[in-house]
Write a protein of this length. Structure first.
Length: 377
């Protein structure tokens, strides 16, 4: 068996794994919207890889109605990459309605090719065997140009949103958060490399320039590898990482008028709690509970409740919500609300819903978030 046959056999196996990965990501975890976006992207990658393996003039003569369909799917690659990153980072972006606008080039492409799609099988076979007509060639070239532009535009948008995400969390992200952002950046970089490889192959083909190796082989092999790598990353870190920020020390919530003297052991444990909350910022995880705090401080849940009650005259949730409120105030003072929704701001501060955010914020400040924003502008 020739090397090329082994190579295509490997890509065929890779395509099957890609489809299986896409199906798995669609259903796991069910509540994580970003995985569904990635599943769609990976599924389209699988179709593209499989198409590369089986494509030939004889194949399209047998199935003429499939001719030219793969290039339409490529128009969704970069938009879905960007949407995956955005929905991974921000809860308020997790809506299929937000995807529609990014499908416009794909929809226009489908409409533009309708004159070809409605041809009979014999007419399509004639075009395939004798060479594309000028109008069809022009449409394919326009399709390639749009893909090139998408690569530039969506790469800039993707890197911008990652930079912006880190900017508001500068020096505040935990190790896990930094790793997640790092891998998302690598996802973009690898996509750009593959895009550049594919574009170069297309340009060389159009200009009839001979190169010592087939760039399309590199592109599709890389696409297969990237898919499996991203599948591993998503399975390893399937849930949205907490979004960390720094805020004032919890000492500011201590009751200054409290008459009860706090013993030295409670003060020591309080300092341990404060240090952990300030450095690790677990309160920015909207699913945080006493068990998480216990694991992070190595204090029992009962001891944590006792320390907070005696030293601060507050409950565990009072303290956590005060931290989250202070975080929301800091974000507002930095102008975060000018570029994002209050839902996104609430999520970043650790609240699990906008309704909870509004209620807790007003309880702690006497104003709703909207009223507070008006007061500082």
């Amino acid at each position: 068996m020739a090397f090329e046959e082994y190579f295509k056999l490997g890509l065929s196996v890779g395509a099957i794994l890609i489809f299986l990965m896409a199906i798995f990501l669609w259903f796991f975890p069910r509540s994580f919207f970003a995985n569904k976006v990635l599943a769609i992207l990976i599924f389209l990658w699988g179709i593209t890889v499989l198409s590369f393996v089986i494509q030939s003039r004889s194949f399209y003569v047998r199935f003429p109605h499939i001719y030219g369909t793969t290039s339409a799917f490529i128009l969704m690659f970069f938009p879905l990459m960007y949407l995956y990153i955005k929905t991974y980072l921000y809860k308020d972006a997790r809506n299929f309605k937000n995807i529609i606008i990014h499908c416009i080039p794909f929809i226009i492409r489908i409409i533009a090719f309708i004159p070809f799609y409605i041809l009979s099988a014999d007419e399509k076979i004639e075009i395939i065997t004798e060479g594309s007509t000028p109008w069809l060639d022009n449409l394919f070239r326009l399709n390639d140009i749009v893909i090139i532009l998408q690569g530039v535009i969506y790469t800039v948008l993707s890197m911008r949103i990652l930079y912006h995400f880190q900017y508001f969390r500068e020096r505040r992200l935990t190790k896990v958060q930094n790793n997640a952002v790092y891998w998302l950046k690598q996802f973009v970089v690898i996509n750009v490399f593959l895009w550049a490889t594919g574009v170069s192959g297309a340009v060389f083909y159009m200009l009839k320039i001979d190169v010592p190796f087939d760039l399309f082989n590199i592109y599709y092999l890389g696409l297969t590898g990237l898919t499996l790598w991203m599948g591993y990353f998503t399975l390893k870190k399937p849930h949205l990482f907490s979004e960390g920020q720094s805020i004032k020390t919890i000492a500011t919530v201590k009751n200054e008028d409290q008459e009860e003297e706090v013993d030295s052991k409670i003060k020591e444990d309080l300092e341990k709690l404060v240090s952990y909350l300030d450095e690790s910022k677990p309160y920015l995880n909207n699913e945080m509970n006493l068990q998480h705090l216990s694991e992070g401080t190595e204090l029992t849940k009962h001891r944590i409740s006792e320390v907070i009650n005696k030293a601060l005259n507050k409950t565990f949730y009072d303290v956590i919500n005060m931290y989250r409120t202070n975080e929301a105030i800091r974000l507002m003072n930095e102008g975060f609300h000018k570029q994002h929704t209050l839902t996104s701001l609430a999520e970043m501060a650790g609240f699990n819903s906008k309704a909870t955010f509004n209620r807790i914020f007003k309880k702690n400040t006497g104003k709703t978030p909207s009223e507070f924003i008006k007061s500082i502008e």
